[in-house]
Design a protein around this ligand. Sequence first.
Ligand code: SF4
Ligand code: SF4
Length: 85
Amino acid sequence: MSTTTKRKKKARQKLKELVINRDWCKGCGICVKYCPTQVLELDRRDKVVAERPEDCICCKMCELRCPDLAIEVFTETQESEDNEE
Ligand code: SF4
Ligand code: SF4
């Protein structure tokens, strides 16, 4: 049996910055519910905060679903080489 290692270049989106406008956020929690990886939470003042930005998969659901345009997701493209066996 032989194993071959293929190198594959992949471009993926990486989070650059999650910008939250605290003045516009009304604490409805929609973005918190829609985030598939539980990045967002409401703080004591009912304003959204990015508690776990390292888990963001850049799906932009929070930005798309926020009724008050209070959250914006800025991404950058990252090229990575994956080894496939
Ligand atoms: S959806 Fe918008 S207004 Fe509602 S908690 Fe999230 S950022 Fe705030
Ligand atoms: S872009 Fe997606 S994963 Fe990232 S914080 Fe928004 S909803 Fe969560």
